[in-house]
Write a protein that binds this ligand. Sequence first.
Ligand code: IMP
Ligand code: MG
Length: 181
Amino acid sequence: MVHAELGQVLLDEASVRNRVRELGASIGEDHTGRDLLLIGVLKGAALFTADLARSIRLPLQMDWVSVSTYGRGSRAGQRRVLKHVEEDVVRGQHVLVVEDILDSGATLSWLLNELQHRGAASVASCVLLCKPNVTGHLVRPAYVGFETSAHWVAGYGIDYAEQWRNRSDINEVLLPALADV
Ligand code: IMP
Ligand code: MG
């Protein structure tokens, strides 16, 4: 088992909770009278999606996708869908993909394209954290929780080596190679 230590708390539990409520309120206002389908990206966005859904006062639908990435770096890596959403669930819906982190945007841009091809009325995205990226972002999310630094982070659904997803706050990860120095 890999053990990485957590560094400083970047976003405490109350900050995360308050921001998720604000996002939920905005999404609710923007989607009044529309068929809204939230699609959470497993596993990183599971906690965020569950909390966000409860902050949106609309009779929305929820579903999940799971995507694995191979190869070095998510941009160059090939993607494989481990769990997709059925076409008849997506068709005609206003789809909001809920993702944990936007870095290059490669994962999200690929996924939004996939869902558009499945007949969604519209596709947009909501990311909890947006990292700075030197080459810019391939996607412009409609909703962003926080603009963050490029630090590797964990907590609130986000893992380091599959650990720390269960924390309620978001923390800097001290990568083992750096922690050993
Ligand atoms: P992108 O495809 O380059 O936008 O990378 C975004 C994906 O990389 C997200 O779905 C995350 O799963 C993963 N990722 C990026 N930064 C972190 C991090 O700090 N902790 C955990 N996962 C991350
Ligand atoms: Mg991910």
